[in-house]
Design a binder for this molecule. Structure first.
Ligand SMILES: CC(=O)CC(=O)C(=O)O
Ligand SMILES: [Mg+2]
Length: 223
């Protein structure tokens, strides 16, 4: 596998350094929250401590949050260093993919947006990034045409396709790499399609990526 070297990509969660997230990358999601479609990628970071691997525990609603949302997203795992890479080189530097949830304390985010503050509290709390197992790129025929879906207690909430992204995976990673270097094991979240909505303590989230995998997480209130 390209760039595998000493790294074991099946455990990328434990050695990736950067988690870069893209916001407002689907027109239908921009519309549902009343946001303009960006003219260049909107980026924010999530801390490594926000990772939650399937099977290791529940998603924790942060203290003081009263509007807690799911956002299903395709994650792209970097395989080789990306610094000033052109779009045509990007997919050759990808190690694989993962299904991710960009869990969001929407009330914290709304407050931050009003004040012009960053989104760290809204999107960076412990367990804010539930992830599936790693999927090597050889198992993904076309990352630009993958179904991503999310159900809450069995009810469909989000059902989108990566073909509806405003900015493609090569464009996003090339763009990011012209500002900061991405390293092997880093993860790029590519934004969420429409249907984001609230989850409560006791809910079960199930989500899927094409015919490649499904994952499941329960939700509890952080004490
Ligand atoms: C409005 C948002 O929270 C932006 C975001 O994360 C997205 O996926 O879009
Ligand atoms: Mg998101």
């Amino acid at each position: 596998m390209a760039g595998q070297g000493v790294h074991n990509f099946s455990r990328f969660v434990h050695w990736g350094r950067n988690i870069v997230a893209v916001g407002r990358n689907y027109r239908d999601h921009c519309a549902e929250l009343g946001n303009a479609v960006p003219t260049k990628p909107l980026l924010f970071m999530k801390p490594v401590s926000s990772y939650l691997e399937e099977g290791t525990g529940p998603i924790l609603i942060p203290r003081g949050c009263h509007n807690f949302h799911h956002e299903i997203e395709l994650g792209v795992v970097i395989g080789e260093t990306c610094r000033d890479v052109c779009e045509g080189e990007v997919l050759g530097r990808v190690a694989g993919y993962a299904l991710t949830l960009d869990m969001t304390a929407r009330d914290f985010q709304e407050e931050a947006k009003k004040k012009g503050n960053p989104w760290a509290l809204a999107k960076g709390f412990d367990t804010a990034l539930p992830v599936s197992k790693f999927i090597p790129k050889e198992e993904v025929k076309d990352p630009s045409s993958l179904r991503i879906w999310c159900k809450v207690n069995g009810e469909s909430r989000q059902d989108g396709t990566t073909s509806d992204m405003v900015f493609s995976i090569p464009h996003l990673i090339s763009h990011i790499s012209h500002t900061f270097t991405l390293h092997p094991g880093d993860l790029v979240l590519t934004g969420t399609p429409a249907g984001v909505g609230p989850v409560s303590p006791g809910d079960t989230l199930t989500a899927g990526l094409g015919d490649l995998l499904t994952m499941e997480f329960s939700v509890v209130q952080r004490e």
